[in-house]
Design a protein around this ligand. Structure first.
Ligand code: CR1
Length: 801
């Protein structure tokens, strides 16, 4: 199918794959036909990649993750296969609008936020670098919920991406495993044997992930839960329709929904089942492949690097030990050592509520053999420690972070600060026992999606200035350095940003009915809504600014548009209050004729990857204002910097490294450091003190208290105000004054258009280190001990297209 031009291929797929007629085809039909035509162009290289891997017996990376926030796939494939021009011509030639066709694709929202998006960037980089890899996860029927607002409040509805034909996946009917839960462990022939009580099938679905220039493609293998047995016809014939359908419904529950929460455990039993389901299916698949290729089991670590993305797949430790020891008769100590040789673990948060703990009772009833093995692993580990201070269980719970740590040969944090804090806080004892185990791998983002494809104006300018090499090697952006003093380059840079902002302004008017001035500063905070991320600090500043403008409407104000987007976990009441408050404040401020030339506040619903791609290239200021010590890394912060939006931020997560690279002058730093935060929290009445010391802060809080933003319901935000003026755990009040001052520094800088565009361009030129290619190279060298296979084999592979 790759022997014909794209237009012919689209028309053939429209006719023969969809059975549709060009005269009646809908946008959806055209989009699927285009997707299939593009997909044809990558299949041969996908197969060649796995042949090349097998031919050299290469070690593979297996990335186990509950989440892969991949977003739309069509544009990624078009860009990486370099089919932009051909696709554009084919579509316009067929009388279609290329943008509309591409945007017809629903986002695959198989993740909550940073952790899931990181996994997606990693998959793309692994393919770009030609590293043999599989991503393993769950094929959720419903991705992250869809968010809308009703009177400012978040409303959640089911996301249903799979109700549309999904052109990118292949069902592998030959790759199915039976997964068991519950039951008991009995002695048989002197060996413990687990007899599960409940069973479901894990069915594999594969999606190719194509790298830059289409030279290599890896596989994202997602598991779907299916019933073991077909439909119960007997019961159906007896008229028991619901009962006949029950086993199927129950089995499917496991892959039904993505838990809409990235920091707290919930839906306990089902969640643990999901974790075991996909982890165990993946391990079985890995062992099947290893055994088919031949080799001594103790050599497994030479062929398989298994990365645990957070603790969600931490059951991989005991499960791999079980597969090696119980099912393949490897001695226990050797099984533990072999498993550890394969496994490594990435920690993504220090928030105590997010470090998973499962009750021993639940673990025993759902996974009885694993509970026994966890105790054996714990005992083996205790024997190594003189003081026996670390235990995998305690208070009736199994500690999954500790389990993942003990079963991994390397454990990594996701930014320098975060890794340092891991060593000093949550894993202090384990770090003391295993001082070489913790390493840092600062996060990164794929430049193909987040610059080349999301921001064609800026990437075109970069390519015209320094050539195209930056797409493979983002650190080449440094070569823009001499242009940072070239007025012609800076003009073009500013023009690209201005055009992106004008596009966004048009879209905001058309889709959301809000008018904004493209020359105002676009100040953007987009991420999950969480107290530690402090969207409420941002909105308090907006209220204070509004009051200042009203007090002096003739002042020399720098016009601002504050844009928010993000979802709150449905059960996280306070986060939902923050959303409502922002919407309520927006309603009042935006309709104030005295101030709305200077200040607008917009909360865009249903934040997802595609909305991020639209907003980031059009942003001026990046809000990264978490309480220091709480944001493990951040990756949005990197996308903004790369696209020329300087950061206003605290010394938290990867902000620290961004500031080091872009330069202190090109970053609006404010707030307490992680150490100062701890000290400040110990000061009694810290919030009350901060409020008393800053009339702007007390004024903003008073404005909320007196019901300005909740006219019919004066006490609506009593809880928010009480929280902020009381415990204020995330130190919003104590950082307010510094934040206000930093915002005014940003205003002054923005008012000097020449200085601002230079600052923006510096951010782009100096952010090359934040490529996920660099991060993956770090994992390859420090953790996985794998090499790329691409080199030398390119010739044997099909040229793209
Ligand atoms: C962190 O909060 C980090 C991503 C990816 C998130 C964020 O700071 O950039 O992981 N953690 O490493 C998370 O989702 C469950 O924890």
């Amino acid at each position: 199918m790759t022997d014909v031009d794209l237009r012919t291929s689209i028309l053939r797929h429209l006719t023969y794959s969809l059975g549709s007629d060009a005269d009646h085809a809908t946008q959806h039909d055209w989009r699927i036909a285009l997707s299939l035509a593009v997909r044809d162009r990558l299949i041969e290289n996908w197969h060649a990649a796995s042949r090349a891997t097998r031919a050299v017996g290469a070690k593979r990376v297996y990335y186990l993750s509950m989440e892969f926030l991949i977003g739309r796939l069509l544009e990624d494939a078009i860009v990486n296969l370099r089919l932009e021009d051909e696709a554009q011509q084919a579509l316009t030639g067929l009388g279609l609008d290329p943008v509309a066709v591409i945007q017809d694709e629903p986002d695959a929202a198989l993740g909550n936020g940073g952790l899931g998006r990181l996994a997606a960037c990693f998959m793309e980089s692994l393919s770009t670098l030609g590293v043999p890899a599989f991503g393993y996860g769950i094929r959720y029927e419903h991705g992250l919920f869809r968010q809308s607002f009703e009177e400012g409040r978040q409303i959640e509805t089911a996301e249903d991406w799979l109700t549309q034909y999904h052109a990118w996946e292949f069902e592998r009917r030959d790759v199915r495993f039976k997964m068991c839960f519950g039951g008991e462990v009995v002695e048989e022939g002197g060996k413990p044997v687990w007899h599960g009580q409940e069973a479901v099938m894990a069915q594999a679905y594969d999606t190719p992930v194509i790298g830059w220039r289409g030279r290599w493609a890896n596989t994202l293998r997602l598991w779907s839960a299916q019933p073991l047995h077909g439909f119960d016809l007997d019961r159906f014939n007896r008229g028991e329709y619901a009962a006949a359908a029950e086993p199927e419904a129950l089995a499917r529950t496991i892959s039904r929904v993505l838990y809409p929460d990235d920091t707290t455990e919930q839906g306990k039993e089902l969640r643990l089942k999901q974790e075991y389901f996909f982890t165990a299916a993946s391990l079985r698949d890995i062992l099947r492949r290893f055994e088919a290729e031949g080799g001594a089991l103790t050599d497994l670590p030479k062929r398989a690097a298994i990365q645990l993305n957070d603790t969600h797949p931490a059951i991989a430790g005991p499960e791999l030990v079980r597969l090696l020891h119980d099912e393949r008769e490897m001695p226990l100590d050797q099984a533990i050592a072999t498993a550890r040789g394969c496994l490594s673990y990435t920690n993504h948060t220090l928030m105590p509520e997010a470090l998973e703990r499962w009750s021993e009772d639940l673990m025993t009833s759902l996974l009885p053999r694993h509970m026994q093995l966890i105790e054996r692993i714990d005992a083996a580990h205790a024997a190594e420690q003189p003081s026996r201070s670390v235990s995998l269980t305690g208070d009736g719970e199994v500690r999954m972070g500790e389990l993942a740590f003990v079963m991994a040969h390397k454990v990594n944090g996701v930014s320098a600060l975060h890794t340092d804090l891991m060593k000093k806080t949550v894993f202090a004892e384990l770090h003391r026992l295993h001082p070489d185990r913790i390493v840092n791998e600062t996060n990164g983002v794929t430049p193909r999606r987040w610059l080349l494809s999301a921001n064609p104006r800026l990437s075109g300018l970069i390519t015209r200035t320094i050539g195209e090499g930056w797409v493979d090697d983002l650190e080449q952006l440094e070569r823009l350095e001499p242009s940072l003093t070239d007025p012609a380059f800076l003009d073009a840079y500013a023009a690209a940003k201005r055009a992106n902002k004008a596009d966004l302004a048009d879209w905001l008017a058309a889709e959301h009915g809000v008018q904004v001035d493209p020359d105002a500063m676009f100040d953007v905070q987009i991420k999950r809504i969480h107290e530690y991320k402090r969207q409420h600090l941002n909105i308090l500043e907006a209220i204070a600014l509004w009051r200042d403008i009203k007090a002096n409407p003739q002042g020399n104000w720098v016009p601002r548009v504050k844009i928010f987007a993000g979802k709150a976990a449905p059960g996280y009441f306070f986060a939902k209050e923050i959303i409502r408050l922002i919407n309520d404040v927006a309603a009042v401020i935006n309709s104030d004729p005295e101030t709305n030339r200077y200040l607008k506040v917009i909360f865009l619903p249903n934040y997802n990857v595609s909305l991020a791609e639209r907003l980031i290239p059009a942003s001026d200021l990046s809000e990264q204002i978490s309480t220091a010590g709480k944001e493990a890394s951040g990756t949005g912060n990197m996308k903004f910097a790369l696209n020329g939006a300087p950061t206003i931020g605290t010394l938290d997560g990867a902000n620290v490294e961004i500031r080091d690279r872009v330069g202190a002058r090109n970053f609006f730093l404010f707030g307490m450091t992680a150490d100062e935060v701890e000290a400040r929290r110990a000061v009694p009445e810290h919030a009350a003190q901060a409020i008393a010391a800053d009339p702007r802060l007390s004024g903003a809080l008073m404005e909320i208290s007196r019901g300005t933003f909740s006219r019919r319901d004066r006490h609506r935000y009593r809880g928010v105000v009480a929280n902020l003026s009381g415990a204020d755990y995330f130190l919003v009040c104590s950082d307010f004054t510094a934040y206000w001052d930093a915002q005014r520094r940003a205003d002054a800088a923005f008012a000097d258009a020449d200085a601002w565009r230079r600052m923006a361009a510096c951010n782009t030129a100096r952010s090359g280190w934040f490529s996920s290619d660099r991060t993956i190279r770090g994992y390859m060298a420090d953790i996985w001990d794998v090499v790329a296979v691409r080199s030398g084999l390119d010739e044997a592979m099909q040229p793209p297209g």
